[in-house]
Design a protein around this ligand. Structure first.
Ligand SMILES: [Zn+2]
Length: 94
C-alpha cells in the first residue's frame, strides 16, 4: 500500500467522524497515540509496537485529511534525502 492509498482508505473509513470531532480533538487523539507508542517503546513488546505505529499513522492520516494535506506530496520533502544537507545518508554534523 502506498501513502496516498492509505490516506484515502483512512478518509473513507473515518473522515465523517473526524469532521464531527474537529481538528483540536483529532490532534489530541494523535498525541494520545504518540503517548501509547512511547509506552510501547519502553516496554519493547513487538506486537504492541506494530499496533501503536499503525495507530499513530492512522491518526496522522486523519489529521492530514482534515487539513487537506496530501501526505504523499508532503513526504516528497525527503525525496532527495536530508532536507538540510541534501545527502543520502544525512551528512549533517551530529
Ligand atoms: Zn543532513
Amino acid at each position: 500500500m502506498e501513502i496516498r492509498g492509505f490516506q484515502e482508505l483512512i478518509g473513507k473509513t473515518f473522515l465523517e467522524r473526524d469532521r464531527l470531532r474537529g481538528l483540536p480533538g483529532t490532534f489530541a487523539w494523535l498525541v494520545e497515540e504518540v503517548g501509547e507508542l512511547s509506552r510501547a517503546l519502553r516496554m519493547g513488546r513487538r506486537e504492541d509496537l506494530d499496533e501503536e505505529f499503525a495507530d499513530v499513522l492512522a491518526w496522522l492520516a486523519s489529521l492530514a485529511n482534515l487539513c487537506g494535506v496530501d501526505l504523499e506530496e508532503a513526504a516528497c520533502k525527503y525525496l532527495s534525502g536530508c532536507p538540510r544537507c541534501g545527502s543520502i545518508p544525512c551528512a549533517c554534523p551530529q
